[in-house]
Design a protein around this ligand. Structure first.
Ligand code: PLP
Ligand code: COI
Length: 368
């Protein structure tokens, strides 16, 4: 379903009532995650007969959605998560945005949706960040979270890939994903629910995966936990990932273990970046199956020194306590470990344009 890459020009219809600088400054004082939105959005439409068309940057506004719109019934929807940062020397930078464009195309393919050309994805993101550059918060730990997404917009109840889609990017100034900030998080291991099976949609970033995770996430919250951990669907034995993050284990020989990309796990860009940074530091990284049984035994024996969760929204979060139906255990002293902190600082240093970017991951945005 690869569509031809016609050069698409974005029409600009700026918001006639943008938020004032003083209101914005007030709103930035206490940033949470995903509650505040910038003035604009980027929109591109696709139809089977016209391909990609009607690209625009316009005031952020609701879409009129027909009650028979395909997405409302069969959940043909995918999304991405990425961040724009304002550096200390006042540049605007993105982090590995072409990786998000590539994963978006892969998600589209899995969901039988048209593949947005990567350059059009980049153009939409860049034009939105440029027009809403004043929405990038400057504080440490804050950024402008970008949410590109696409949904089936055809009015049709038959079960087949839709013939019309809307691609959109919205932007949200954010602070820390977890309310506790840098404090180690508590996880709930669900032994009731699974997230994805081989051959399913686990490796795609589709809304349906998150819909399926919500009951388990609610279970985690009711147990006083920050995030849910999913085990594999076939044996309920192997650790896969969290509701919205990948997971790493730091062993007492200094090596890292992380579950392999087995088709059921989201191939995280943060995960890939941390593997590269660890290897740069001479740290061995083993992408191998790690069982819940092994996890408990290693935490008890001290073979496991640290563990952390990682993702665009969460960045790198130390894991302190793990709860499950049979009890709970701590990792190390229950606080964020030293290597976790080092990897977080190394990564955020690069993302914020403060550290040497030897892999060329930082994407400066001219004219913002
Ligand atoms: N796993 C899941 C289920 C996610 O939702 C995310 C977040 O996007 C990740 C892993 C981490 O991916 P990334 O590092 O690309 O943000
Ligand atoms: C992200 O990290 O971008 C995600 O999509 C995960 C979600 C927890 C917000």
């Amino acid at each position: 379903m690869q569509a031809a890459t016609a050069q698409v020009k974005f029409e600009h219809r700026p918001n006639a009532n943008p938020m004032s600088e003083s209101q914005k400054a007030k709103a930035f004082e206490d940033l949470g995650f995903g509650t505040l939105f910038s003035d604009h959005m980027a929109v591109v439409r696709w139809s089977a007969d016209k391909g990609w068309h009607s690209a625009e940057i316009t005031a952020r506004a609701p879409f009129p959605v027909d009650p028979a719109s395909a997405v409302l019934h069969y959940a043909q929807e995918i999304f991405e998560g990425m961040k724009a940062y304002r550096t200390a020397d006042d540049r605007v930078v993105l982090f590995r945005p072409e990786q998000n464009a590539r994963r978006f195309a892969a998600s589209a393919e899995r969901m039988a949706m048209p593949q947005l050309p990567e350059e059009l994805f980049m153009q939409a993101v860049e034009e939105l960040v440029r027009i809403d550059a004043s929405w990038i918060p400057k504080g440490e730990g804050s950024s402008l979270y970008l949410r590109p997404f696409m949904f089936a917009a055809e009015t049709f109840l038959g079960v087949r890939p839709a013939k019309e889609y809307i691609f959109c990017v919205v932007a949200s100034p954010v602070g820390p994903y977890f309310k506790g900030g840098a404090k180690a998080v508590t996880l709930w291991v669900t032994e009731t629910y699974t997230r994805a099976a081989k051959g399913g949609t686990g490796a795609a970033k589709c809304g349906g995966n998150y819909a399926a995770s919500l009951v388990a996430q609610a279970e985690a919250s009711s147990q006083g936990c920050d995030q849910v951990v999913f085990l594999d669907a076939a044996e309920h034995r192997w650790v896969e990932e969290l509701g919205g993050m990948n997971i790493f284990f730091v062993m007492n020989d200094g090596s890292l273990v992380t579950p392999p990309l087995n088709g059921a796990i989201l191939p995280g860009i943060t995960r890939a970046s941390l593997i590269a940074l660890a290897r740069d530091n001479g740290i061995a990284v083993n992408e191998r199956p790690y069982s819940f049984e092994e996890w408990q035994a290693d935490a008890a024996s001290g073979k496991l020194r640290e563990a952390f969760a990682c993702g665009t929204a969460a960045v790198v979060a130390g894991i302190g306590t793990v709860r499950h139906a049979g009890g709970e255990f701590k990792i190390g002293n229950g606080e964020t470990g030293l290597l976790t902190e080092k990897l977080r600082n190394d990564l955020t240093g690069i993302q914020r344009g403060e550290a040497v970017d030897k892999h060329g991951w930082v994407y400066p945005l001219a004219g913002a």
